[in-house]
Design a protein around this ligand. Structure first.
Ligand code: SF4
Ligand code: MSK
Length: 629
């Protein structure tokens, strides 16, 4: 008998999602949940990570059953080698995504320095000078442009092959850097580590699973302390360092009477310009002439996070809300840069008047409108895009519009600079609260949605479980909207926390869950851990901290998890990566890494049990530091 399709209430915890899943069904529009159903059950070999397509003597499927005939690939690779190679390439894909994003920011800064753009400027000269000094560039008495030019060079060097370690590794405590050296995983250059991973996993190269895994750690470190960190820091220099501000979230941020433009992807370079164009008085007038009350720019996924952090724009939704946002029938344009943009959005947009607009040469979608944005033409292209959205508004079918919720308040903008400033300019109050056990520990909950898990049930559930235990929560990426919709990103959210967090966050007037930004901004968390560890004179692995990605799906999330573990932070995943076909690889990930880098992965789909595991880890680390549990 055919299985009954799941009800909307079983797919997501949100009422706005339920309403739009129903509307999508009524209008015959497919969603990720429909396609997952058709893809299930997945290929067992792929699930276990034991398929290999690395050469055309194959493809090979390695069976792990005892006595199986297909226990080796044609070349003789066993399950350990194949799983480690696949995982290594997975991590390389994620590291490449974040880091290429970082490189795009260097190119924009270079265009500013060379006078090749009048649309972007250095918004934060003080931060630029601080960063330059940090990586050893002379700043005293020099022109800002000259210093910026040198910073561009230093950042490009981090992508190359001439260095023995990345510039921002100085942010990690000495003990951690010594460990990386000892183990042989100090990242030397972002592109180098990614390219070397591709080399190692070619047929007949690195055929020792533990060795391949070590390089995947090095590759991920080049992302977290390199590519992503550069992306974050240069975004702050160009667009401003985030400071706390209020905004709103959920599909209710889409306005029935306005031209709605949703920005989606990861990089703020395009979306900042869309916002700038949408605020131009002549375009607002055009929108009014078309019958709208104005222009509303709202965010999806991490581009949304970037603009939310710096400009306070509202957040329409996270990963699994992207199709559903279009289903409201009130979206004139979805403007995308790259990463995490489901190709299905083109089809969904075509079911309405919605323009699906791509802007990056490296991320084109068949069936989309393409307005290529470069530093020299950014504002002109953004203006043309906004004009296209205004045209679309005149084609909107008002009879198909349904905006299913009232938006909820959120607070955002907690860069490390903002956190320090909230603490009065020093980490001491935070450390005192940790020592006194008012804040027992800190966990970063990051990452995505995955239709295999009821949307945001684990993202929100875990956050609430940790808060009850007086564990402060930091969020980035798609967990942000989840936490926001659950009321955790406002100071009033302390009511859901334990007494200690209530007291500390209440006194500071901050939410119990702090939003630190987009996926690349996990580098802010690495930096913060480095600062705290240095202040206490210990390694990051000694701190009462943890990381979690309860609903992850992407290569990038795996890279983040890997650099967190390699930096000494135990990391929980709600779903396992495709490694279970190798006992060796699985054991290293879940246990062996502890002996090598002082941290390991845990996989647990029950968020209460995950909270218990993170809590136990924090308790152990507190005792290690001589603190009460
Ligand atoms: Fe098969 Fe080996 Fe080629 Fe992979 S590299 S496809 S296991 S022969
Ligand atoms: S957008 S990587 S779904 S967090 Fe950064 Fe969200 Fe995960 Fe993409």
């Amino acid at each position: 008998m055919a299985k009954e399709p799941k009800k909307p209430e079983e797919l997501s915890i949100w009422q706005d999602a339920h309403a739009m899943i129903r509307k999508a069904k009524a209008e015959s529009i497919e969603t990720a949940w429909d396609r997952l159903e058709r893809q299930t059950p997945h290929c067992k070999f792929c699930d276990l990570g034991t398929t290999c397509r690395n050469c055309i003597m194959g493809p090979c499927r390695i069976s792990t059953k005892p006595g199986a005939k297909m226990n080796l690939g044609v070349c003789g690779a066993d399950a350990d080698v194949v799983v480690a190679r696949n995982f290594g390439r997975f991590i390389a894909g994620g590291s490449a995504g974040h880091s290429d994003h970082g490189r795009d920011l260097i190119e924009v800064l270079e265009a500013i320095v060379d006078g090749d753009t009048k649309h972007y400027t250095i918004t934060e000269p003080e931060k630029l000078i601080r960063l330059a000094a940090e990586v050893g560039i002379a700043t005293e008495g020099r022109e800002l442009n000259d210093v910026a030019n040198d910073l561009v060079d230093e950042c490009y060097k981090d992508f190359g092959s001439r260095r023995s370690s990345l510039a921002f590794l100085s942010r990690a405590p000495e003990q951690r850097r010594a460990l990386w050296d000892r183990v042989g995983i100090t990242p030397r250059g972002v592109d180098r580590e990614i390219a070397e991973m591709m080399h190692r996993t070619h047929m007949g190269c690195d055929n020792d699973a533990p060795n391949t895994l070590l390089h995947s750690a090095r590759c991920a470190l080049s992302d977290g302390w390199g590519g992503s960190m550069i992306g974050t820091e240069l975004s702050d220099v160009i667009f401003g360092t985030p400071t706390p501000s209020r905004s709103t979230s959920n599909l209710g941020v889409i306005k029935e009477d306005k031209v709605n433009i949703l920005v989606h992807g990861h990089n703020p370079v395009v979306s900042e310009m869309i916002l700038a164009a949408a605020r131009r008085p002549e375009l607002v007038e055009k929108a009014k002439a078309a019958g709208a009350a104005g222009i509303n720019v709202a965010g999806l996924c991490c581009t949304g996070n970037e603009l939310l952090m710096r400009q306070g724009i509202p957040m329409a939704g996270n990963h699994l809300m992207t199709e559903l946002a279009i289903v409201t029938g009130a979206v004139e344009a979805v403007v995308v840069d790259y990463q995490c943009i489901m190709p299905s959005l083109v089809t969904a947009a075509h079911c309405y008047h919605t323009r699906f607009i791509t802007t990056a040469e490296k991320a084109k979608f068949t069936g989309a409108m393409h307005f290529e944005v470069h530093p020299h033409n950014a504002l002109e292209q953004a203006t043309a895009i906004v004009e296209e959205a205004i045209r679309a508004y005149t084609e909107r079918d008002k009879g198909r519009v349904e905006i299913p919720a009232e938006s909820v308040e959120i607070m955002t903008g907690f860069s490390n600079e903002a956190i320090l400033s909230a603490l009065g300019g020093t980490l001491t109050p935070l450390l005192d609260a940790i020592k006194a056990g008012k804040i027992r520990g800190i966990v970063g909950i990051v990452g995505c949605n995955n239709p295999k898990i009821k949307q945001d049930s684990a993202n929100v559930g875990l956050a609430k479980e940790l808060l009850k235990r007086d564990i402060l929560v930091l969020v980035t990426g798609c967990v942000t909207t989840a936490a926001g919709k659950a009321g955790l990103l406002v100071p009033e959210g302390i009511e859901m926390a334990g007494e200690g967090i209530k007291e500390v966050c209440g006194a500071l007037g901050i939410p119990p869950v702090l939003h630190l930004g987009s996926c690349v901004d996990n580098s802010r968390i690495m930096h913060l851990c480095g600062l705290v560890a240095k202040e206490l004179g210990v390694d990051i692995s000694d701190l009462p901290v943890g990381a979690s990605s309860p609903e992850w799906y992407s290569e990038k999330a795996a890279a983040i998890g890997m650099y967190a573990v390699a930096s000494g932070i135990m990391t929980h995943l709600g779903l396992p990566p495709n490694i279970l076909g190798s006992e060796t690889v699985t054991n290293i990930a879940l246990e062996g890494l502890e002996d090598i880098v002082g941290a390991h992965f845990v996989v647990e789909d029950d968020y209460v049990k995950a909270a218990e595991l993170l809590d136990a880890r924090i308790r152990m680390k507190r005792v290690g530091l001589g603190l009460s549990e």
